[in-house]
Design a protein around this ligand. Structure first.
Ligand code: GLN
Length: 498
């Protein structure tokens, strides 16, 4: 049964439940981004009680961790759709995340630390897609109001990230690593308290029941068989790649490449399964096909965006003039520009969408996503110029990186909140959370590519920087133009959903 329409219960016209989800997700992202900000530094530190890994090992582990977090959104969404419903998934997911951060907060050995990371990744997989799905459910009428709801929710995400990077980063780097990890646990705890106390009151029945009842038994048992077959095929492919020498699974780099293969196969396998055997009618088949294209656009976009933590971080650290009125800015602070710009421009773009909708001007989702890829490409064109200067040995003006961040962050606002909203609109209800999980699998792939790409940025090879950035620019601009060509058919296949 469709949920009843929530009465707008706040002055801005959004349901109060949105703010419960806003603050829960804010604290979850506080813990995620806060911990992530110090993770690589901790892994490679051998002076202040860190793990003392080499940079390439640390970077590969960092890449595998961030990719796993988003990859696990797919099973996390499946669990909500089929077993627990979104509310319980968020609750247990949050508790598991907190447990993971508590494990990290106590100094221990490598194995226990990796266990803590795995626990955080599993909890995040269970929480992340499902909280976004409930945001969609708060607006049963869909439309521009749901998009605006997602823009507000997205600000919560970025407020959490800004606070997390600042506070957890400070505690981890200046006081002690494990204080940072502990602060992440406290943040997640605050999110759980918010969700538990206010969720009961303001989220009504949303997400209380799994949608499984709407799927036939035959589809479910077909699903289990397909999953077993799929896992067998993935193992066989990995073994073949190892035996033919294409991959070397004994190195961190090789493991990361294998992870890329697993993520790509998972996404392709999932779409093939749902399209061919998911019991979709014609309209649903077209909409899920549109989601596949959105997934591809997301993967390309995040591969560029997530270089904040990889190649752009290296560029900030080694090639950017960091003195500001005689003071040395920490290079990692550039990453705060992303959340800062999001907070600044979210209201502007949310207002613009409403303004256009009120005037019946249709700036469709595929067109917005194409814009996003073009903005990303332009951001990397700026980096070509910056790196051409840098290879002459000067430290470049921070304005280059600042402008790059501005362009791709604007691009993020044309893709990320818009994508979340569209996935809730276009996904068949019984697959809502798992398809939301697939959206994050796009991030997973992007994170991994961004990590592997940074491998080309070693200090001996500085001269190749402009051509590396050029390849990102060309790829993003090309993907943007290609998507523009498909705007019309995609809009048709969306079947009236904006
Ligand atoms: N910054 C956003 C978030 O944390 C998007 C992340 C992503 O999808 N890669 O939700």
């Amino acid at each position: 049964m469709e949920a009843t329409i929530d009465k707008p219960s706040t002055r801005s016209g959004h349901p109060t439940g949105l703010y419960v989800l806003f603050f829960t997700e804010m604290w979850e992202r506080f813990s995620y981004y806060g911990m992530r900000a110090i993770l690589l530094l901790f892994l490679i530190d051998n002076v202040r009680g860190g793990m003392g890994l080499t940079t390439s090992e640390g970077a590969a582990i960092y890449g595998i961790y961030t990719a796993s977090v988003y990859l696990l959104s797919l099973p996390g969404g499946w669990i909500a759709d089929n077993l627990l419903g979104q509310r319980k998934s968020i609750w247990y997911g949050g508790l598991i995340i907190m447990l993971g951060h508590i494990i990290l907060a106590f100094p221990s050995d490598k194995a226990i630390f990796y266990l803590g990371l795995a626990v955080v990744a599993m909890g995040t997989g269970l929480l992340k897609p499902n909280i976004s799905t409930i945001v969609g459910e708060l607006y049963p009428e869909g439309g521009a109001r749901r998009d605006a709801g997602f823009s507000i929710f997205y600000m919560g995400i970025n407020l959490g990230s800004l606070l997390g990077i600042t506070i957890v980063g400070y505690l981890g780097q200046k006081v002690g690593w494990h204080y940072g990890f502990g602060a992440a646990a406290v943040g997640m705890g605050l999110g759980m308290i918010t969700f538990r106390t206010l969720g009961q009151r303001y989220l009504s029945q949303h997400g209380n029941e799994p949608r499984k009842a709407e799927t036939s038994e035959a589809t479910t048992s077909g699903g289990s068989k397909a999953l077993i077959g799929f896992m067998g095929a993935v193992v066989a492919i990995l073994v073949a790649l190892q035996l033919t020498g294409v991959l070397d699974l004994t190195t961190a780099q090789g493991l990361a490449q294998a992870m890329g293969a697993i993520i790509s196969l998972t996404a392709l396998g999932y779409f093939a399964y749902i399209l061919l055997a998911g019991g979709l009618d014609t309209v649903e088949t077209k909409r899920v096909s549109v989601l596949f294209i959105f997934f591809l656009a997301a993967a390309v976009y995040w591969a560029g965006n997530e270089q904040q933590g990889s190649s752009l971080q290296i560029f900030a650290d080694r090639h950017t003039d960091l003195t500001f009125f005689g003071w040395q800015i920490p290079s990692s602070w550039f990453q705060n520009l992303n959340s800062g710009f999001i907070l600044l421009f979210s209201p502007v773009l949310a207002g613009l969408w409403i303004f256009l909708a009120n005037r019946n001007i249709n700036y469709s989702v595929p067109a917005k996503m194409a814009t996003s890829l073009l903005l990303l490409g332009m951001a990397y064109v700026v980096m070509i110029f910056a790196s051409e200067q840098a290879i002459t040995g000067v430290r470049t003006s921070p304005l280059y990186l600042g402008f790059t961040y501005l362009l791709f962050t604007l691009g993020e606002l044309f893709l990320s909140p818009v994508g979340l909203s569209s996935f809730t609109k276009l996904a068949p209800k019984r697959y809502a959370s798992q398809l939301m999980g697939i959206w994050f699998v796009g991030s997973s792939l992007g994170n991994l590519v961004a990590g592997l790409f940074a491998g080309g940025f070693d200090e001996e090879n500085v001269a190749q920087m402009p051509s590396l950035f050029q390849s990102v620019a060309i790829f993003s601009l090309g993907a943007g133009v290609l998507l523009l060509l498909f705007v019309k058919p995609l809009r048709k296949w969306m079947g009236g959903i904006q």
